[in-house]
Unconditional design. Structure first.
Ligand SMILES: C[S@@+](CC[C@H](N)C(=O)[O-])C[C@H]1O[C@@H](n2cnc3c(N)ncnc32)[C@H](O)[C@@H]1O
Length: 282
């Protein structure tokens, strides 16, 4: 398959369709849950909530605090983090349709006084200029940075908007060598179709993310593969498989193909999810 060139505007348009598909199949959380929580028998939603609670705790968010959730989807994780922490949140995406749904959810949850969802321009993530220097206690992200062509610029912008002592905490899709797939060429035979169908400009690695976060000025507290030494089948219940493979909504073929490509990368072990925590030195 040809290497795709995915731009930020492509990702915005992708989510016009993904909104319908992801909401129908995954509900209001579009990220992997805590693997240990799932292994203990909790549902995908409960495992997502446990992960969000872990993020809030690592970010040291408390009542009165203020956080930016970058790439907030339709708001499920943002609202749960606000609920359990007592902090205020600003969720941002470059897709207004997602934000409209997220705002409705904030009202339903009775959290619209502490949580707002803002639309930003496609490339505003590179500087986050809508936000003042040192104006947040934490920046969180769940599986959103993977969509950015210039991930390093986002980490530099996150550093600027954090207060001294503030924390960057998040999870993201990654690629890695696994089993018989060792070289970049071998890995890309499986990852390239994932990138093409799921509108990703390219996946990073644990060490690549560590380097970009350190390069932005942070002290990295942890950078870990959440599925180290095992294939990443987290939050992929077999009960959802038919829903993905038979999905008939807008751009249905793209989402069906995306499921097949992602499952192939999971099966080969070259796809995983990482978790990162870093502090801005005070
Ligand atoms: C997989 S979804 C995750 C949504 C949410 N964090 C969750 O876990 O439910 C990726 C999110 O990244 C956002 N995103 C992708 N590219 C972006 C960009 N250039 N600027 C802002 N948000 C972006 C998408 O709009 C979407 O909300």
């Amino acid at each position: 398959m040809e290497r795709s060139i995915v731009g930020e505007n492509d990702v915005r348009v992708f989510y016009d369709n993904a909104l319908h598909c992801y909401q129908a199949i995954m509900g209001d959380r579009w990220h992997h849950g805590d693997p240990e929580a799932e292994a203990s028998g909790l549902s995908v939603v409960e495992a997502c909530e446990r992960l969000e609670e872990r993020v809030v705790s690592v970010a040291r968010l408390e009542p009165g605090g203020r956080a930016l959730d970058f790439g907030s989807g339709i708001g499920g994780p943002t609202l749960h983090m606000a609920k359990v922490s007592g902090a205020s949140f600003v969720g941002v995406t470059n897709n207004e349709a997602l934000n409209q749904r997220a705002r409705e959810k904030a009202v339903e949850a009775g959290l619209s006084d502490r949580v707002c969802f803002l639309s930003m321009g496609d490339t505003d993530y590179k500087n986050l200029l809508a936000f003042a220097d040192a104006s947040f206690d934490a920046v969180t992200f769940y599986e959103s940075v993977c969509h950015l062509p210039d991930k390093a610029a986002f980490f530099r912008a996150a550093f600027r908007v954090l207060k001294p002592g503030g924390r960057l905490v998040g999870t993201d899709w990654l690629q890695r060598p696994f089993g018989d797939f060792r070289t970049e060429e071998q890995i890309m035979t499986l990852i390239e179709p994932v990138n093409a169908f799921i509108c990703l400009p390219g996946l990073g690695t644990v060490e690549g993310y560590r380097g970009m976060i350190e390069g932005a000025g942070f002290r990295v507290e942890s950078a870990a593969d959440m599925f180290a030494n095992t294939k990443c089948w987290g939050s992929t219940p077999t009960t959802q498989r038919a829903q993905w493979l038979e999905y008939q909504g807008p751009a249905g073929e793209m989402f069906r193909n995306g499921k097949v490509a992602l499952d192939a990368a999971r099966a080969a072990g070259v796809f995983t999810v990482g978790m990162f925590a870093a502090a801005k030195r005070s």
